[in-house]
Design a protein around this ligand. Structure first.
Ligand code: GLA
Length: 747
């Protein structure tokens, strides 16, 4: 049993293989959080929090004889508001008389097999029948707001999920001004926060900061999880490294405006509060209505950041990604965007496909510009009808020509947007989110469609499903290229306008649900100007997401490194593009570009007819190399070997589950003269096994010492212990941005 109720102590304990999470229904009926951390058997942790009177921290009213038992210092499982806990609130609720307050008292709980679902939103599912659910029902006696706290326990995977439901059991309406997914009070400390910030073309930059008194916020108010602040955060001990130390992960399964606040209070306790962003949020809860929060995925490990990441990688693939492509071999594709932008003809696309076919590429993706009057990014969005003139004979004819070359075909969409210069906008100007009486802020000259409306969702469902059923399309790139401003919906009443941001994302999920479940054999890739919506919510529909519009291999090192903390390698869209690179003008050897893109879904985004014959031969070899190692890269365990933000090079490694093979990847953006060879300690190997140095792929001159390995049989074999504890001396590599990849196989 992974969930245990201990009647005498009134504790509810959740166990996973390596962790324990404990709460207690206290004497006054409040649900106290007691512990989350390393597995502890048969203990009650209530003694961790003795009652101590703290000045200006008020006591619960009926228990004023027990001074010191204050809501302001007790660790809470979830909080109400305005009733004595001055730290971050989980819920802010207003009754009809304007009174704002809530204090939740335990009513009941239930334990069941399987995993709860979250209505209208993606949530983890139970692929292997390992999950159990705990539901705890509490109630605020005055507002009659019923709170149901939900816990999904994945024992083997060491993941605990959380979500909440709030139901109005009174006979008058309530207004929710804030509803968070979770509250997590953590003792001890100090903790450090690792978060992933950035901007367009520079997503997921890793930052690690010490948490001191006060509140630190990671958030987005853009209507999307955003390039600017990924919703995933880690709290870790200051001493935590990739291999050791306490780390907590908090990963919202949500793609809209979010916030995670971390408060260190006057007692040095740390409170994490995570959920939907409450700015411009309010929700009218009519009698009988239920509000569902998004879910969050929690994990704890004392074995460092690498272990935490590998848990999330496995969990997302097993229990978040619904698509049948979660574990399927991904095709190597070529995308025409950076090759042609909007300027293409069918012949040009077929010419790209022909070259691609000759190099072993599996699929051609036709990007933006095939529909309506879309010849630049000022017009056409919303008109999801094939531009027959531009495609000279239609999309089916083009697909037939591509298929005849042995390539599969994929297509780009950006369903959530509309240009003013489009037939859709001319017919339905009220379908765009705009504020009455104001000129809307424009993003890429486009507006956001009002996906709180069912008629808009129906139109988009019909358009996408028609195109997908009328043509032989095996892959869809689903883009989203601006954030929400001017949020105002013409169909919602005045008191419901605060619901737009959340209703919008519910609409996106509804549309995605309909389209992806109607076409289970289509591989969907998410995109939002790159990684503007790279989150666990989107991964429920998209097994892969375009990680960044920055295709420069050097920039990608930090972007992919940051993304890897939470998200699996098989989910990261990555392509080799032309040099000089279109975003940075940097030139990087083609093998280095490939080594970086291979640590992702792998593909190309360039015009192959412009490649030299030598480059074409390299591409052919790269495609074959990726296909050889694809299983190890996508299904193996991933290890970060260094921090590219802090060293001259970047290195990472894959190890198969059986530890029979490993792939070491190394890229050196900065080359120095007279440098000592890098001694790289590998990870995750079987220390007693003997590994033979297999293939070496390199984009730099080979060192003569390295050649020794090739010449001398004995030098090519190492024990796992030797590779992990002593290290492997890498060859010196030269030139601009060299890179190498080493394959090791158990003998
Ligand atoms: C976004 C995407 C790109 C490309 C363009 C097309 O920027 O991130 O990959 O699809 O849109 O307009």
């Amino acid at each position: 049993m992974s969930i245990v109720f201990h009647e005498p102590m009134k504790t509810l304990t959740l166990h996973t293989v390596h962790t324990t999470y404990q709460m207690q229904i206290d004497l006054h009926g409040r649900l106290q959080h007691l512990y989350y951390g390393r597995r502890v058997e048969g203990a009650c942790m209530a003694g961790l929090y003795p009652a101590i009177d703290h000045g200006l921290s008020p006591d619960y009213y009926p228990h004023r004889q027990t001074r010191g038992y204050s809501p302001d210092v007790r660790p809470q499982e979830y909080t109400g508001c305005n009733t004595g806990d001055f730290r971050l609130s989980s819920v802010v609720v207003r009754a009809q008389d304007g009174a704002c307050g809530a204090d939740f008292i335990y009513e009941s709980h239930s334990i069941s097999d399987g995993k709860y679902a979250v209505e209208g939103m993606p949530s983890a599912f139970d692929r292997d029948g390992e999950a159990q659910t705990l539901s705890v029902v509490l109630r605020d006696p005055v507002t009659k707001l019923r709170l149901e706290l939900l816990y999904g326990v994945y024992e083997k995977q060491d993941i605990i999920t959380r979500a909440a439901r709030l139901t109005n059991d009174s006979d008058s309406s309530l207004i929710l001004d804030k509803v968070m997914t979770l509250n997590l009070d953590m003792p001890c400390g100090p903790w450090e926060l690792i978060h992933f910030h950035g901007r367009h073309e520079m997503e997921c930059q890793t930052d690690r900061v010490a948490l001191t008194n006060g509140i630190r916020t990671v958030s987005s108010r853009r209507g999307a999880s955003s390039h600017h602040h990924n919703p995933f955060v880690i709290l870790c001990a200051p001493t935590a490294t990739e291999e050791t130390g306490d780390c907590f992960g908090i990963m919202p399964v949500y793609s809209g405006s979010h916030r995670t606040d971390i408060e260190v209070d006057y007692n040095g306790m740390t409170r994490v509060s995570s959920g939907i962003h409450d700015e411009m949020f309010s929700w009218l809860l009519e009698p009988g209505d239920t509000f569902h929060t998004p879910e969050a995925l929690l994990t704890f490990t004392h074995e460092g950041l690498g272990c935490l990441s590998r848990r999330y990688h496995r969990f997302i693939r097993s229990s978040i990604i619904r698509s049948r492509f979660a574990y399927a071999e991904r095709p190597v594709l070529i995308n025409n965007w950076e090759a042609t932008y909007f300027d293409f003809t069918p012949d040009k696309i077929v010419a790209i496909a022909k070259e691609a076919a000759s190099m072993g590429i599996d699929m051609l993706v036709l990007d933006d510009g095939w529909f309506g009057s879309r010849d630049d990014d000022n017009r056409g969005l919303g008109d999801w009808f094939v531009n027959e003139t531009k495609l000279e004979g239609g999309l089916s004819r083009l697909i037939e020509r591509i298929n005849a070359l042995g390539l599969r075909f994929g297509l780009w969409f950006e369903p959530e947007m509309v240009n003013e210069d489009s037939d859709l906008y001319r017919a339905h100007p009220d379908w765009a989110l705009t504020l009455p009486g104001r000129q809307p802020a424009m993003g890429r000259n486009q507006l956001v469609l009002d996906l709180t409306r069912d008629d808009v969702i129906d139109y988009l469902t019909e358009r996408l499903c028609s195109i997908l059923s009328e043509h032989h399309i095996e892959y869809v790139k689903w883009d989203m290229n601006r954030n929400i401003s001017d949020a105002y919906s013409r169909l919602l009443s005045a008191e419901r306008q605060g619901e737009i941001f959340h209703r919008y994302i519910l609409g996106v999920y509804k549309l995605l649900d309909r389209v992806t479940s109607a076409f289970p054999d289509v591989l969907f890739e998410g995109c939002a100007s790159g990684g503007g919506r790279f989150d666990a919510g989107m991964l429920a529909y998209f097994p892969q997401i375009w990680t960044s519009d920055d295709t420069d291999a050097v920039e990608r090192l930090t972007i992919q490194h940051g993304t890897s903390f939470g998200y699996p390698i098989s989910s990261m869209g990555a392509h080799v593009s032309a040099c000089p690179n279109h975003q940075t003008s940097r030139t990087v050897p083609i093998w280095t570009r490939a080594i970086v893109a291979m640590s992702g879904t792998f593909g190309y985004e360039l015009d192959p007819s412009r490649l030299s014959e030598a480059d074409k031969a390299d591409v052919r070899e790269q495609v074959a190399c990726f296909k050889r190692h694809r299983n190890l890269i996508h299904n193996g365990d991933y290890y970060r070997l260094c921090d590219p933000q802090k060293s001259d090079f970047s290195a990472w490694q894959f190890v198969s589950e059986s530890m029979d093979e490993a792939l070491l990847c190394y890229v050196q953006p900065r080359t120095r003269a007279n440098a000592q060879p890098v001694l790289m300690r590998l990870r995750g190997l079987d220390q007693d096994a003997r590994y033979r140095l297999g293939a070496l792929y390199t984009a730099g001159t080979k060192d003569r010492f390295w050649n020794r390995y090739e010449l001398n049989e004995e030098c090519c074999v190492f024990t796992g212990a030797q590779l992990m504890y002593a290290g492997l001396a890498l060859p010196r590599v030269y030139g601009d941005c060299p890179g190498l990849m080493v394959h090791l196989v158990r003998e």
